[in-house]
Design a protein around this ligand. Structure first.
Ligand code: RFL
Ligand code: PHB
Length: 400
């Protein structure tokens, strides 16, 4: 087999890259270890920055997003028994985010790639990459029927997430890794009940953080801070709802959290992780393969999309003999990655209860929250980062 770009991973990064390359007339082969059904059902992110929406729209992928995505002009921050609105539109000159599930983005991307005749090999196994410092790197895999393939490529994109094989293919002594773990995790549920709020509620509570998000007019998505090593069996549905009721409670306001059947539940660990550089020879890492942020800033999916928006034109130029954009790829992406890493860390540490934290730490946290909701400068900083700062680079669109 021969292709121009071998892509490992059919998550948002790999699929979107494959599409952006196709718009430039560049062919690719996508290799994915999971089944199509698994990729389409995996519950994850829900918030798209302005720039991500524009990128999908320019790439012709926003049909359903434009019909079903919910534009949100702010969020609520709740603490000390009060709920405060942060008005993104007013603070940033009209910028917003769009609530549209990652599962839907992935479904649309898979349907688009397959309809366009794109090669996406689901249920692949034993994926390997090699000859990465030559100009003819190879991608090897065993397909669903058990046949082994070797694909000769001009470049390989490692879009295979945090646990993939591409980052470990780079010699460890060439990588600088920065990481931080957090002493908590998120328990997330999808519930068959209309959202009890018009915009997302980020709640700081003495029992821990809680987030009320949504997936549409009839489906709610809710998260609770839990201990990282707590088994999910400790959290029957009734206990989850009791704890959500407690953390979102607004005494005397008349507001109530509606409950409904739980459709999906899972526990997600939290970490910050950045591995640099994002390139080794002709291997380019994108998305979670190179960096992870805790989900409190809603940045992971947006970073993955921003990476491939930079990578597509860089690979296009590289394949035509001009390596300047490819040489700048890692530094260009890491600038945004570090901004999002800082913002996600800041939101996370401001809103979660740190087990064992002393009263001093708790008061500092509350003071920070009071400052954010009372200072226009502080609220603007949150709004600017949440809606997407810096803006996607020029030339991020699909074709020239
Ligand atoms: P993905 O989505 O992990 O896709 C990687 C793909 O690679 C495949 N793979 C392999 N394929 C072939 N061979 C191998 N050896 C392979 N190893 C792995 C995997 O099966 C998978 O299909 O990475 P990608 O494309 O970089 O996308 C990143 C995003 O998925 C992630 O950053 C976000 O979901 C993070 N995130 C959020 N991001 C946001 O922007 N906004 C949010 O609101 C938000 N909320 C969240 C989140 C992540 C969460 N979890 C569960 C981690 C909420 C949660 C709870
Ligand atoms: C989600 O809807 O899944 C979601 C929203 C905001 C976040 C994280 C996750 O910060």
């Amino acid at each position: 087999m021969r292709t121009q770009v071998g892509i490992v991973g059919a998550g948002p990064a790999g699929l979107l890259l494959s599409h952006l390359l196709a718009l430039r007339g560049i062919d690719s082969v996508v290799v994915e270890v999971r089944s199509r059904a698994y990729c389409e059902a995996r519950q994850r992110a829900g918030v798209l920055e302005d720039g991500s929406v524009r990128l999908l729209r320019e790439a012709g992928l926003a049909g359903r997003l434009d019909r079903q995505g919910l534009e949100h002009g702010g969020i609520y921050l709740q603490f000390a028994g009060e709920r405060h609105h942060i008005d993104f539109r007013a603070l940033t000159g009209g910028r917003t985010v769009t609530v549209f599930a990652q599962t839907e983005v992935v479904r649309d991307l898979i349907a688009q790639r397959l309809a366009a005749g794109g090669a996406v090999h689901f249920d692949a196994s034993d994926t390997e990459v090699g000859h990465l410092t030559s100009d003819r790197p190879v991608l090897r895999f065993t397909d669903a029927a058990g046949a082994r393939h070797e694909v000769a490529c001009d470049a390989i994109a490692g879009c295979d997430g945090f646990h993939g094989i591409c980052r470990p293919a780079i010699p460890a002594d060439l990588l600088t890794v920065r990481q931080r773990g957090y002493p908590y995790a998120w328990l997330g549920i999808l519930a068959d009940v209309p959202p009890s709020t018009d915009e997302l509620i980020y709640a700081h509570h003495r029992n821990g953080f809680a987030l009320h998000s949504l997936r549409g007019p009839t489906i709610s998505r809710l998260y609770l801070q839990v201990d990282p090593d707590e088994p999910i069996e400790n959290w029957p549905d009734d206990r989850i709802w009791d704890e959500l009721q407690c953390r979102f409670e607004l005494p005397g306001s008349g507001w109530a959290l509606k409950q409904g059947p739980v459709l999906d539940k899972g526990i997600t660990p939290m970490r910050s992780f950045v591995s640099a550089p994002m390139r080794y020879g002709r291997l380019f890492l994108a998305g979670d393969a190179a960096h992870i942020v805790p989900p409190t800033g809603a940045k992971g999916l947006n970073l993955a999309m921003a990476d491939v928006a930079v990578l597509a034109p860089a690979l296009d130029a590289l394949l035509r003999g001009d390596s300047r954009l490819a040489d700048a790829y890692s530094a260009t992406c890491l600038n945004r990655v570090w901004r999002s890493t800082h913002f996600s860390w800041w939101m996370t540490t401001m809103l979660h209860r740190t087990p064992g934290a002393d009263d001093m730490a708790a008061e500092l946290q509350l003071s920070q929250l009071r400052y954010v909701v009372s200072s226009r400068a502080a609220a603007t900083s949150l709004a600017e980062n949440y809606t997407g700062y810096p803006a996607l680079p020029a030339g991020a669109g699909p074709a020239r």
